[in-house]
Design a protein around this ligand. Structure first.
Ligand code: PAN
Ligand code: ZN
Length: 193
């Protein structure tokens, strides 16, 4: 394939604050509020929650502004705050990549939790992690991060192919096979059920 000069994207550098997850420049920042993700929690937990109509931020995302085109990679940090809805921890909405054949890498900058994953042919896997762990999400695996800390934000850096796309709807319809719930009777404070 010949290279079209007008399509050559220029290299750049940017700063990532390791303690906060903030990406300094060329990045968009967006928040996911609890009120925008009520369908992914058990309805009895949501119904007992007092402030879902409010502005509780569950997570904040910094994402480099780059073309969503094949060949590029998107660097992104997520700050998933500590909290619960009933016995369910704060978690990301979770998704398959629209382009199912694309993978992703997560590096845990700070915190602890569980990565729940599943495939459309019925497999599932849950991986517990903490600071400095590197997580590999292969093609075809839906992925959701759960923050199991009572007090600390979970901060992770990810890189995914720019043409991956995000399919949230399938997860809204099927949910994840496994839930991570608060359980003060266990040493680690949570159970995977
Ligand atoms: C991540 C996620 C991010 C937020 O960058 O998009 O952590 O989670 P949800 O997208 O599930 O709301 C990623 O996996 N990108 O592909
Ligand atoms: Zn992803």
């Amino acid at each position: 394939m010949s290279m079209n000069q007008s399509k050559i994207f220029h290299p750049f550098k940017s700063q990532l604050e390791l303690e906060t997850g903030k990406i300094g420049s060329n990045a968009n920042c967006w928040d996911r509020k609890l009120s925008e993700m009520t369908e992914i929690y058990d309805q009895e937990n949501i119904n007992n929650q007092l402030d879902i109509s409010g502005n509780t931020i569950v997570y904040r995302v910094y994402e480099h502004e780059l073309p969503y085109e094949k060949g590029h990679l998107i660097p992104v940090t997520t700050i998933l705050y500590p909290g619960r809805v009933g016995n369910q921890f704060f978690m990301t909405k979770g998704h398959y990549h629209e382009n199912r054949g694309t993978a992703e890498v997560y590096l845990i900058l700070n915190g602890e939790g569980v990565l729940t994953m599943q495939t459309e042919d019925g497999q599932h896997q849950e991986i517990e992690f903490s600071t400095e762990d590197l997580l590999y999400i292969p093609p075809f695996w839906a992925h959701r991060m759960v923050n199991t800390s009572i007090s600390d934000p979970l901060i992770f850096y990810g890189i995914y192919p720019a043409d991956a796309g995000h399919d949230y709807q399938t997860i809204v319809e099927t949910g994840f096979k496994k839930k991570v719930i608060y359980n003060p009777d266990t040493k680690r404070n949570f159970s995977i059920i």
